[in-house]
Design a protein around this ligand. Structure first.
Ligand code: F6R
Length: 239
């Protein structure tokens, strides 16, 4: 694992430069993308760099990590809406090459189809991850099997509480989500994990130095050969 600790703005810029080099080397790269507050600065950088002609997404394909169950794509808190708003609508990506799990299709065959679609595109070349204060990656909460593929999860009270900041009240936060599994994530070629803020410090310490244990899902990344972790000074304060 490579760990980079710097200011919030510097890690966003450094990660964005990493994406530019990556896509220059592989213009038809398959990117795994995340939502949440953490990648917003990175996405803003990528929009800027794309508009400046430094990078093109015209042959890039993306697969998002997760989606809430029961929120339509045009619901302002759905992850499809987030991606359109924060990235896709502002770059030159082909909308048909952007995949986000469908929060209304929760049958086993639909979940398996997401992993199949990833495989049919040759697998994910570069996966972006945020991390929960409890060490979750995507919505793989503590206790999730390291063997899981795309599946439906019941969100923990802590995660619903943390995400309620985007909703009018906690009652509006969906109780379930679809998310890529731990095995799906571990099968990606390269991983960038980003974390910002003091509330991520313990999870980052457990990810880097803790036992490899489903009680901190991100700890499994110690077994992945190509992980780069970008943290700000607060999230890196216990390293
Ligand atoms: C989002 C996702 C989640 C978030 C995590 C951190 O697609 O997979 O695991 O990355 O909950 O969220 P923020 O960035 O809002 O602190």
């Amino acid at each position: 694992m490579k760990v980079i600790v710097d200011s919030r703005q510097n890690i966003a810029e450094a990660a964005a430069q990493g994406y530019v080099s990556f896509i220059q080397n592989k213009p038809n790269a398959v990117l795994g993308l995340a939502t949440g507050s953490t990648p917003e600065d990175l996405y803003a950088e990528l929009i800027k760099l794309c508009n400046q002609g430094e990078v093109t997404f015209k042959d890039v394909t993306t697969f998002n990590l997760d989606e809430y169950c029961g929120l339509a794509p045009d619901h302002p808190q759905s992850y499809r809406y987030f991606m359109q708003d924060k990235l896709f609508d502002h770059i030159d990506i082909n909308p048909r090459n952007t995949f986000v799990p469908d929060g209304f299709r929760t049958a086993e065959e639909d979940l398996v189809a997401y992993d199949r679609a990833i495989a049919e595109h040759g697998g994910i070349d570069l996966q972006l991850l945020g991390i929960g204060g409890n060490g979750h990656i995507a919505f793989n909460e503590p206790g999730t099997s390291f063997q899981s593929i795309t599946h439906m999860v019941e969100l923990t009270p802590e995660t619903r509480q943390a995400n309620s900041r985007f909703f009018n009240s906690i009652d509006e936060v969906p109780t379930h989500a679809i998310c890529m599994g731990m095995r799906t994530i571990m099968n990606t070629q390269n991983i960038i994990l980003m974390a910002i803020g003091k509330n991520k410090a313990e999870a980052i310490r457990n990810t880097v130095y803790g036992d490899i244990d489903p009680k901190c899902p991100a700890s499994v990344l110690q077994l992945h050969p190509n992980v780069t972790i970008f943290v700000d000074h607060e999230a890196g304060s216990l390293l």
